[in-house]
Design a protein around this ligand. Structure first.
Ligand code: NAD
Length: 397
């Protein structure tokens, strides 16, 4: 393996990981060997801890399959506000623009930067990335590992057979609508947020869901609140129209409150779930419990931009910065590691390599290793770094 580290400006560090002896590959491994530029934005809290382990696993993939991953690190979130004055600098945005994919940790967690009227919200880094890179589709697969079915608070017989994909709209809805503010009035404070969607925004995300369903069980559940919200009534109308272009796909509608209940009552009824930004945010945290922990769920944010290797994307675990366990080697790195697998699959078209990561995670779990969030009687509790090491080694075995 060769590795090189370069400094780019104040906050960007570039490392190269590759294995030069391509002839070492076994016949079943990918014959296609490539060089991939990844912007690594670890962020705050447990972000850097879990991203470090995802990078370690990528290095193992590089060694086993002969690929070169050029990793350039930069700051985002609180770290960037403190060092560079804003949650994401223009230089970091440019780095992301010229990369093939982004590996992101999590941002936020310091109360002084929180609140909707704070001008320096760490989360604004994510919103800027999503908006400027037009990453409108957030894919969150939920497929519990067999060996973890008894680790969940939900019964095994409910979990068995669960394999769903939530497609969350990411650049519209309540999180972007204006006005969004707290105002002073003579009667006291008041606040407003705006839930706004255009027909085009709804159509493109429903189309993404239908396309993805084609390589799955061909069923799409569109989730809304059409009994109350105008934006949802438009959503439903557009979803029906778009789904009519896909005669092989079955479309059904569910109200978001009912869907929240169905997700833990009978999750295997779902294949692809498509929904607006905030509903998707909430439903996927709930769905993470099907997989055992928030520390298990990866996500991919995609748009229409293509690189030489495939679709450009931003990859992040769905969890936040977890201030309660930061710096204690307690965070589960599996969501971040599975995030790297999604990157290989969607942005680099390296499915054998993605499978190798998923198999290594499955192996670690089947061998009885658990981080604290998944602690189980009779299993071995390990820290963040140890779990990363076990999975990275399993990738190369
Ligand atoms: P959180 O996801 O950070 O944590 C919720 C709970 O889950 C905590 O008890 C935490 O310890 C646990 N948890 C989360 N990830 C874990 C992991 N990998 N392993 C083990 N346990 C894990 O959500 P929160 O506490 O609501 O938010 C904390 C901060 O994170 C806030 O500032 C929030 O704004 C931010 N946040 C950021 C993102 C993001 O960057 N995409 C997403 C959600 C929340």
């Amino acid at each position: 393996m060769s590795s090189s580290i370069k400094m780019h400006g104040q906050s960007q560090v570039c490392e190269k990981f590759t294995r030069k002896k391509h002839g070492e590959q076994s016949p079943q491994e990918s014959l296609h060997v490539g060089t991939y530029a990844i912007a690594v934005l670890p962020g705050d809290g447990i972000g850097p801890e879990v991203v470090e382990q995802a990078v370690r696993v990528l290095q193992s993939v590089g060694r086993r399959f002969g690929h070169t991953f050029e990793l350039t690190r930069a700051m985002v979130g609180v770290a960037a506000i403190e060092a560079e004055g804003e949650a994401i600098s223009d230089a970091t945005m440019e780095l992301c623009q010229r990369s093939d994919a982004i590996l992101f940790g999590a941002v936020g967690g310091l109360p002084r930067f929180e609140g909707p009227n704070s001008k320096k919200q760490p989360e604004s880094a994510l919103f800027r990335l999503r908006k400027e890179l037009e990453l409108y589709a957030n894919l969150r697969p939920v497929k519990p590992f067999q060996a973890l079915l008894d680790a969940s608070t939900i019964k095994r017989e409910v979990l068995e057979g669960t394999d769903l994909l939530v497609v969350r709209e990411l650049t519209g809805g309540l999180y972007f609508g204006k006005p969004s503010e707290i105002r002073e009035t003579a009667q006291g404070l008041e606040a407003v947020d705006t839930l706004f969607y255009t027909e085009a925004e709804i159509a493109r995300i429903v189309r993404t869901a239908c396309e993805l369903a084609r390589s799955r069980k061909k069923k799409v559940t569109s989730v809304d609140k059409a009994n109350v919200l105008s934006s949802s009534r438009l959503w439903r109308r557009v979803a029906d129209r778009v789904a009519a272009e896909y005669p092989d796909i079955t479309l059904e509608h569910q109200l978001v409150d009912s869907c929240a209940m169905q997700l833990i009552r009978w999750p295997r009824q779902f294949d692809v779930v498509v929904t607006e930004n905030m509903f998707g945010d909430i439903l996927t945290d709930e769905a993470s419990m099907l997989a055992g922990s928030l520390g298990m769920l990866p996500s991919a944010s995609l748009g229409t931009r293509r690189t030489a290797h495939g679709l450009f994307g931003l990859y992040e675990p769905i969890h936040g910065t977890a201030p309660d366990i930061t710096g204690q080697d307690k965070a589960n790195p599996i969501a971040a590691i599975l995030t790297a697998a999604l990157m290989l699959r969607y942005s680099f078209n390296l499915s054998a390599e993605a499978d190798a990561i998923e198999a290594a995670v499955e192996r670690a779990i089947a061998d009885g290793y658990r981080t604290l969030d998944l602690r189980e009687e009779g299993k071995t509790t390990v820290g963040t770094k140890e779990m990363g090491r076990i999975i990275a080694e399993a990738v190369e075995r």
